[in-house]
Design a protein around this ligand. Structure first.
Ligand SMILES: *Cc1c(COP(=O)(O)O)cnc(C)c1O
Length: 359
């Protein structure tokens, strides 16, 4: 069996050593004679594992003590509802910064619960840049400001943390959490669906400042109230234990790689290589404002789009899969998360070069 290089945006490639460990301990986890999928989430073994996973997460991101770390169901989009339900705290308005498809969808969901100030519209004709911070019309009375740190579909990433004064800042980091170091204390809440850069599908990781929890709207479903997950250490109901377990292994793998700092370096090298190649090519192009190009999701197009199918078919033959862009935007997209080695980027560049030369 040969493994291909899988550029899928999510569910995405996982570190090979993690998959091997999953395989090796699948039938007998921690000497229990049963798999991690088959044991009680309330037993000592799983509880200890969950505690260790939280500790590793805290270490990797240097999370201060006044923040809770939660593993909840509902993926990334579950948070589109959970954030307004919990963070409005008696206020009627929230600010949403729109820089791509995911931030737009987050705003649409929040409109069910509050008045959404569309404070920043990146571009209604397609998202290629982020308007400068000093042009944003933020409401000082908003309950929070929501933005998407990395727009997975559009290939746009913030190179800085926007300053929102006393208004809590909320960020969807589904596709770039753990890809670089940053200061959590600048945020009220950070969340990520885990299936991009953390583990298999099935959960979201939420990091939330203590004072923002405990004031959910009355209508909030019990599973969507952060307070319940805080009180029960994310064991309020039966969690997707297998997903959680693999996330825990990924954290161990990250620590062994040198942590987030090491990932940040490698991710910069990978992205720069690929963008340099695209920019130097007369066959491919990327139209994102240079300042905001994503290090995680590199979108590119062929000048001759009639060659798209041939490009994808040839890539598959070369062992490079899932390069097709999101259906909303078309073109191509190479997702190069933490688990993607530099050799994959080299292989992709080689293939792209060959394809261009033989066109
Ligand atoms: C994938 C993604 C989502 C949606 O995640 P689901 O787990 O499918 O709900 C939300 N935001 C961003 C930035 C994403 O990349």
């Amino acid at each position: 069996m040969t493994r291909v290089y899988n550029f899928s945006a999510g569910p995405a490639t996982l570190p090979l050593p993690v998959l091997e460990q999953v395989r090796d301990e699948l039938l007998d986890w921690h000497g229990l004679g049963a798999s991690v999928m088959e044991i009680s989430h309330r037993g000592t073994e799983f509880r200890e594992f969950a505690q260790q996973t939280e500790a590793d997460c805290r270490q990797l991101l240097a999370i201060p003590d006044n923040y809770h770390v939660l593993f909840v169901q509902g993926g990334g989009r579950g948070q589109f509802s959970m954030v307004p339900l919990n963070l409005l705290r008696g206020k009627t308005h929230a600010d949403y910064v729109e820089t791509g498809i995911w931030s737009k969808l987050a705003a649409r969901e929040a409109e069910k619960y509050c008045v959404v100030n569309q404070s920043v519209m990146a571009d209604s004709s397609g998202y290629f840049t982020i308007p400068d911070r000093d042009t944003w019309q933020l409401d000082p009375h908003a309950a929070y400001v929501h933005y998407v740190d990395n727009e997975t579909v559009n290939g746009i990433e913030f190179p800085y943390i926007p300053d929102t004064g006393d208004v809590p800042l909320v960020s969807d980091m589904s596709s770039n959490l753990f890809s670089r170091q940053f200061d959590i204390s600048r945020f009220g809440l950070v969340y990520a669906g885990v299936q991009k850069n953390i583990g298999p599908a099935g959960m979201a990781l939420v990091i939330v400042r203590e004072d923002l929890v405990g004031q959910a709207l009355k209508i909030t479903p019990c599973l969507y109230d952060y307070q319940n997950h805080v009180t029960e250490h994310s064991l309020y109901n039966t969690p997707p234990t297998f997903t959680w377990y693999v996330c825990g292994l990924v954290f161990k793998w990250l620590i062994a790689q040198g942590g987030v700092a090491a990932m940040e370096q490698q991710n910069a090298v990978k992205a720069e290589k690929l963008y340099n190649f695209i920019d130097s090519s007369e066959f491919y192009h990327n139209d994102i404002d240079l300042r905001y190009r994503s290090r995680m999701n590199v979108v590119f197009r062929l000048y001759d789009e009639s060659r798209n199918e041939a490009f994808l078919a040839g890539a598959k033959q070369a062992g490079l899969i899932s390069l097709k862009g999101h259906r909303y935007v078309g073109g191509m997209r190479a997702s190069i998360y933490n688990a993607m080695p530099e050799s994959a980027v080299d292989a992709l560049i080689n293939y792209m070069d060959d394809f261009a030369n033989n066109a």
